[in-house]
Every structure is written in C-alpha cells, then in structure tokens.
Design a protein around this ligand. Structure first.
Ligand code: HMG
Length: 440
C-alpha cells in the first residue's frame, strides 16, 4: 500500500511577542517562575494589527507552495482548521484561496474547500480527512493543503491569558510523503464536556483546572482505544511523542500518564500504596477528587526516578522547545510539537528515518486522538528548510501598553486605532474587509 502522510510543513508565527517573565509577570504581580517553571512558557506569539487567521494561513501556505514548487492545480483540497473563524457561512479556506490566487497564474476552482471545527483537535481531523480522501482514490493524483490557524486569545485577567498565542501551520498531504507517513490505526477518547467553549463570543469561557483533568481523561481513553487496534505501545517503539501543548506544563502531566500506561509500571504505585494505605489509581484523573493528592504524590515520586526522567528527556522534552517560545496555537499546537522534536533531532545530527512518533491530539469539548507516524527519508531536508528560528527572533517585543492596545484591537474595539508595530514585507496583510488578500 502506498504511503500517505505529510509531505511538507511550514510555520508562520504572529509577528509580535509578549515576554511572560519580563513583561507579563511584573504587571500581574506574579513570580516569573510561575510562567517559566510552572506553565513552562517564556513568551507568546501575537498577531500584529495587519494579521489575522487568514493572513497567517495564506502566508504559511504560500511559503510551503513556493518551497515545494506546488501550483494550484497540484492541490485538490484545502481544509482550514480553526476555532477563531469570523464567518459562520464562508469557510476560511475560501479567503485563503483568494489570497493565494492573487500570486499564482492558476486557480483553485476545482479544489474542494472546507473548514474543520473541533477546538484544537480540528487540525489533526483535517489531516485524517485528507488521508481518507487520498486513500479512497478520489484525489486524481493531487494532494491536500491542510492549514491550522488560530489567534488563541483570552479575556484580559482570565487565567488562560498567560497561555495565549497566534500562528498558522500549513501541511501538504500526499502519497509518498517526504516527512511522515500516517498510521491507518487511530484511537479516540470523546465525551460531551463544557470546560472550554466559545458560543458566539470572542474569548473562551474556561474552567481551567477542570480542562486539565478532561484533557488527561480523554487522552488516556484514546491511548487505550489506540492500543485496542494497533497493539500495545512500548516506550522503546517511539522516538518522540508530540502531544497537544496548550502550555508545556500540561504535557508534563500527560507524559506521566502516557509513561505509566505504556510501561505498565506499577512499582511506584505499590510503594505509595503502602505509605498512604490505598492505591493512588492514576486512572482516576477525571472523576475522583479524593485521589488528587495521592495522584500528586504519585507524580512527584515518578518524576524523581531516573528511568522516567531519562524517557521524558529523550521522548517528550524535545517536543516542547518551540511551544515555550510561542504559547498555545490551538489547532496548530500539536503540529508545532512535531516540528519542534524533529528540529531538535536534526540539530543533534540524528538519523530518524523509519522511527515512530506517537502523536496525541486534543480538542476541548472534548476529544483526544492517538495515532502513529513513521518518519520518512526526506525529513531532514524538510525540517532544514524551515526558517522558524529567524521568524521567532524577528518578532517585535511588546511593552505592556503595546500589548493592551493590540489586545483591544483584536477584540474588535473600533475605537482603538492601533499602528503597526512591525513593517510587513512580502506577506499577505489584512487591510479591512474590502482589501483582504493584497500583498505589500
Ligand atoms: P493558574 O490557575 O493561574 O495557574 O492557571 P496555577 O496556579 O495552576 O499554576 C500553574 C502551575 O505553575 C502549577 O503547576 C503551579 O504549581 C506552578 P502544577 O501544580 O499544575 O504542576 N507554579 C509555580 N511554579 C514555580 N514557581 C512558582 C509557581 N507558581 C505556580 N512561583 C490554568 C493554570 C491551566 C488554569 C490556566 O493557564 C488556564 O486556564 N489555561 C487555559 C486552559 C488550558 O490551557 N487548559 C489546558 C487543557 S485544555 C486544552 O488543552 C485545550 C485548549 O488548548 C483549547 C482547545 O482545545 O480548543 C485550551
């Protein structure tokens, strides 16, 4: 069976940066280490006044098409995954195609366009749709453009404010991919939840503490479901495990759950059970408040072991490097984690061809998906072509006043007349409804 998967990937960050320990923490009167050590974040990416989900998506897609020498006729499907859409009828992919058509001779008139919504997991669901479309033989030799784009902003003063971010990830899904092949096997954990939602509102209503428990519960279910179709996962089978990363501290918790599950290692629980007089039951993440303290003890004990720390440093930590610098990109987040791990490996000169990734996607509302990916022999060139370090270094570092102004502007406050902080060049810009899609 021909391999189907991600042939190429591109990242586009919002052009502004909010420094969490340096700018955010002093303003909030918080210890900077709450952000750097607790949440695991040093900065957020933020959109400038001329950027939105369409411009970031179009810019990422344009870079990808140029680099891979793709023309519109090579693309039979454009799916945009977002939870920041501004139009309840026209999908964001039509706006993106409109931008791209201003710079290519061809057009996307025969491409199927859509928009996928299920919070942050929608990016992975769009990958799955593209995979299925190709596998069904409906693609006529063409590939699919999948773009995950979000401005992940929270109301000022919300606990989620520190985890904000903005950026887009564009991916080309095709046969014989250069980057990774997707597994046919998937596992799901899905339940109707209301801990994070945006019913006709700009910013989410969030029960942050509960959202952490729901993430872990759905992820555990997805892992079990995945193993029921793919067989047991063993720690040695996987080189990296990129997980949805709202902030690295969340993945630190998910990693412990995953490790406990795939090693079936109950030694620490047994030791702890003797100490506290009952089993700590890490399975009770979502349901049982009485076990929370025991669970924390369990996690602290597990973190303290050399075998866990070694596995974490090798398999999880490299997936978090970029996330620390950019915050939550919602639909793009797990795809940033994949890039982060592969980029770290490339910089270390490792040969990963044929190795497996275990990918854990998650969306509030809530659903988790686990699937595997096999790294293909073109991965080094694909990752080496990214200019993500340059993009991050070029972001404009906002003062607190800048931040408040731009946050209001993105909250559709028409009284705010905010100037651009950075100068756009060779990129799509948002310049009012009538002029969307022009390139400066
Ligand atoms: P909070 O309540 O302000 O923070 O916000 P906290 O008090 O829980 O502290 C955070 C961590 O920092 C804790 O670590 C503290 O101990 C530690 P933990 O106990 O969890 O290991 N800490 C410190 N560490 C070192 N030095 C210090 C210090 N002070 C504290 N001085 C909260 C946390 C998650 C509630 C907030 O960020 C939030 O509401 N975020 C938004 C929701 C979210 O991201 N949830 C994650 C799961 S849901 C998800 O991922 C889906 C999502 O992406 C959306 C979608 O799918 O569409 C959000």
């Amino acid at each position: 069976m021909t391999a189907v998967g991600i042939d190429a990937i591109e990242i586009w960050t919002g052009n502004l940066k909010l420094d969490l320990p340096g700018t955010f923490a002093p303003e909030k009167g918080e210890d900077p280490e709450k952000y750097t050590k607790g949440l695991g974040l040093t900065a957020s990416s933020f959109p400038d006044s001329y950027e939105d989900i369409v411009t970031m998506a179009a810019n990422a897609a344009h870079r990808l098409m140029e680099r891979k020498g793709l023309e519109p006729e090579d693309i039979g499907r454009i799916d945009v995954a977002t939870e920041s859409a501004f139009d309840n009828s026209k999908p964001v992919s039509t706006y993106v195609a409109g931008c791209l058509e201003t710079v290519y001779d061809g057009d996307f008139h025969h491409a199927n366009k859509g928009e996928r919504k299920f919070a942050c997991i929608a990016g992975t669901q769009s990958l799955d749709d593209a995979y299925n479309w190709i596998r069904a033989g409906r693609n006529r030799g063409r590939g699919a453009l999948v773009i995950a784009t979000d401005t992940a902003l929270y109301a000022r003063g919300d606990a989620g404010e520190a985890t904000q971010g903005a950026g887009a990830v564009a991916m080309y899904i095709a046969e014989d991919p250069d980057l990774v092949e997707l597994s046919a096997e998937q596992g799901y954990g899905s339940a109707d939840e209301t801990d994070f939602l945006k019913p006709n509102q700009q910013f989410p209503s969030v029960d942050g503490k509960r959202s952490v428990q729901v993430y872990l519960a759905r992820m555990r279910e997805a892992l079990e479901d995945y193993e029921s179709v793919a067989g047991d996962v063993h720690p040695d089978d996987i080189v990296f495990a990129p997980f949805h990363t709202p902030f690295p501290g969340m993945v630190r918790k998910a990693a412990m759950l995953a490790y406990r599950h795939i090693t079936r290692d109950t030694a620490i629980e047994d030791e702890l059970a003797e100490e506290i007089g009952r089993q700590p039951r890490p399975e009770a993440f979502d349901t049982d408040d009485a076990y929370r303290d025991a669970l924390r003890e369990y996690m602290d004990a597990l973190k303290g072991t050399a075998r866990y720390q070694e596995w974490y440093d090798a398999t999880i930590d490299p997936t978090l490097t970029l996330s620390r610098e950019v915050g939550n990109w919602y639909t793009g987040s797990v795809h940033v984690a994949r890039v982060s791990a592969l980029k770290t490996a490339l910089e270390a000169g490792r040969d990963l061809t044929g190795e497996q990734l275990l990918v854990g996607s998650y969306g509030s509302g809530a659903q988790a998906e686990i699937h595997a990916e096999t790294i293909q022999d073109g991965w080094e060139d694909e990752i080496a072509a990214l200019n993500v370090d340059e993009q991050l270094a070029n972001r404009y570092d906002m003062s607190w006043d800048d931040y408040e102004e731009i946050h209001d502007a993105h909250n559709h406050d028409m009284d705010v007349d905010v100037e651009e902080f950075t100068t756009p060049s060779e990129e799509f810009v948002f310049d009012g409804w009538g002029r969307m899609g022009e390139r400066k």
